[in-house]
Write a protein that binds this ligand. Structure first.
Ligand code: BG2
Length: 234
């Protein structure tokens, strides 16, 4: 049991999938895991542990934003010894060829700041995915219906009032999409020698304004979860 997670020692698997939304953790656990058991509900941030094809998996909400993800990822790593952490989330598309419902495998995650900025100070650390996980996810994605993109994303601190000047430079430099968690997950995985990857479904588009209704956001992410699970155990 930690400050924010009520799970008992051993309740959390070495492989952890981290959706932002605890209800997506519940849905993914019920849909993909066998014998899923709720191992955390402190502050409503649900976590479930079960098995997928005989492999033990925990699916645990991270909350929205890097400060929230940082709390859960730190405790999952340091108190429960999680070794593989895969964010399964949604993002906003930023390139013309990135469409709603596409999947993005985040090779890198740029940001204006992260909870690790206090450690890095003026050093621009490059948060990047574990190559083995990324390669396995790319292979797994070949068998899926969704179009998959591999490249850099932007982990923002805000959902509203983003700086307009940033958008133009991010698109110019090939940033595929924006979300609010991956950069800190990658910082922590590098710091503690763990494997991390973010597999994202494009649920809205910054240029076209298109967005998936919330019920579809929760349900139409099956490809993303399957890619994450296949990559984790490849
Ligand atoms: N900042 C930002 N976050 C987004 C966007 N689209 C999505 Br889905 N997100 C993610 O969804 C949540 C906000 O709705 C956060 O956890 C983000 O990771 C977007 O256009 N902008």
């Amino acid at each position: 049991m930690t400050v924010h997670i009520g799970a008992k020692p051993g309740d959390i698997a070495e492989t952890v999938l981290l959706p932002g939304d605890p209800y997506r953790a519940k849905w993914a656990a019920e849909t993909f895991l066998e014998n899923a058991v709720c191992v955390n509900e402190v502050r409503g941030m649900l976590g479930f542990t079960g098995t997928w094809k005989g492999n033990r998996v925990t699916i645990h909400g991270s909350g929205m934003g890097m400060p929230s993800l940082s709390i859960y990822a730190n405790e999952l790593i340091k108190d429960y010894d999680a070794k593989t952490l895969i964010r399964i989330g949604s993002c906003g598309g930023m390139q013309d060829d990135v469409k709603v419902r596409d999947v993005i495998l985040a090779m890198t995650a740029s940001s204006l700041s992260t909870p690790s900025s206090g450690i890095f100070k003026e050093f621009n650390f490059a948060p990047c995915a574990d190559f083995g996980l990324l390669q396995a996810a790319h292979n797994a994605a070949k068998g899926k219906s969704a179009t998959t993109h591999v490249g850099g994303i932007y982990s923002s601190d805000v959902f509203y009032d983003e700086r307009p000047d940033l958008n133009e430079q991010m698109v110019r430099h090939g940033i595929l999409g924006v979300e609010m968690e991956a950069a800190e997950l990658y910082n922590l995985a590098s710091r503690y020698g763990r494997r991390a990857l973010a597999v994202l479904t494009v649920s809205d588009h910054l240029k076209t304004g298109e967005a998936l209704p919330s019920d579809q956001r929760e349900r139409s992410f099956g490809d993303m979860v399957e890619i994450a699970l296949e990559a984790a155990f490849a």
